[in-house]
Design a binder for this molecule. Structure first.
Ligand SMILES: Nc1nc(=O)c2c([nH]1)NC[C@@H]1CN(c3ccc(C(=O)N[C@@H](CCC(=O)O)C(=O)O)cc3)C=[N+]21
Length: 296
């Protein structure tokens, strides 16, 4: 069997169209566009690329973008002061502080300083708690994008065996919460899990978020499983001096066994950005006291 390739880029483009429609309605009703503020500390070139592509996507969706680039010599207090300023700014509906932050800054303190109503990354403990307890809040973009792809592919997830590989606050834990919310039977595996290949072999749904290039092999995949690859790893390419992106899953091997699989690039990555825009337009509606836009 050759697996269907789940086209995250196309699904993300459709979602961005719906977000743009909702943003236009919001702008009409309130007289201002939904606004996203991004904060980048330091000059890491890969991080700068993400922030730029987010800024571009925001404009295309009819939203306002406020981007702040700070030197990596900035103090924690100065960064916290900027977050306070963005919390107080009524034009700003969403705040994204790009991670990782330099080592002298406590990322948990910065995340905790963001107004939970503007926390479009869904990283604030209040939003994590809401997700864990089934309350409405803002949900982390990458797991939300993975769930959207899974539901589009499978319909109901109820009763499916799902394995999430990775236990980060950003992907693994919220992914597990979302899958539980869909009534899947969820196993969270990680670096200390015993017999990982056997654990993965039981799964109808595999979400790989470990950050190790091509670690999950085709022989680990249950025939017919759906595989969502969150990994974005840059590795040396065949041609001297060049690099290419690979996921956490050995794509060609897994595609021979799975029924559907996301590619890297063009899978989960574009969904993350689309969900960031989605969360921003949802946050704008809630802050304005309007009902959530339908169908997002
Ligand atoms: N507070 C915070 N929130 C984040 O959501 C966040 C962050 N910090 N720090 C960095 C990571 C990384 N991240 C990506 C999003 C989209 C692609 C993406 O669209 N990738 C393209 C490929 C891009 C390329 O070709 O380089 C794809 O997979 O097709 C990648 C990476 C969000 N992050």
């Amino acid at each position: 069997m050759t697996a269907a390739r789940i086209d995250g880029k196309a699904v993300a483009a459709a979602l961005r169209g719906d977000v743009a429609d909702a943003a236009a309605v919001f702008t009409d009703r309130t007289g201002r566009a939904p606004g996203l503020a991004t904060v980048l500390v330091g000059e890491d070139p890969a991080s700068a690329v993400y922030v730029r592509s987010k800024g571009k996507a925001t404009g295309e969706a009819g939203m306002a973008s406020f981007s702040h680039t700070l030197p990596d010599t900035i103090s924690e207090a100065e960064l916290l002061a900027l977050v306070d300023q963005l919390n107080a700014d009524d034009r700003v509906d969403g705040i994204l502080v790009q991670l990782p932050l330099p080592a002298h800054i406590d990322a948990n303190r910065v995340i905790a300083a963001i107004d939970p109503a503007k926390d479009v990354d869904g990283f604030h403990p209040v939003n994590a708690g809401r997700l864990a307890t089934g309350l409405d809040g803002l949900v982390p973009c990458t797991p939300l994008g993975c769930l959207h792809l899974l539901k589009q592919q499978l319909g109901s997830l109820a009763g499916k065996d799902a394995v999430v590989i990775g236990r980060s606050n950003i992907v693994g834990k919220p992914m597990a919460m979302l899958l539980i919310g869909e009534s899947a039977t969820v196993t969270v595996a990680h670096s200390r899990t015993r017999d990982l290949p056997d654990v993965v072999r039981r799964a109808d749904i595999v979400v790989a978020a470990v950050g190790r290039p091509e670690m999950i092999r085709g022989s680990w995949i249950k025939p017919g499983a759906t595989v969502i690859d969150v990994g974005i790893n840059r590795v040396p390419a065949a041609e001297e001096g060049k690099t290419r992106l690979v996921g956490d899953v050995a794509y060609d091997e897994a595609a021979e066994v799975a029924s559907a699989i996301t590619p890297v690039p063009g899978g989960v990555g574009p969904m993350t950005i689309a969900m960031l825009l989605r969360n921003t337009v949802v946050a704008a509606h809630r802050r304005a006291g309007l009902p959530d836009p339908e169908g997002l």
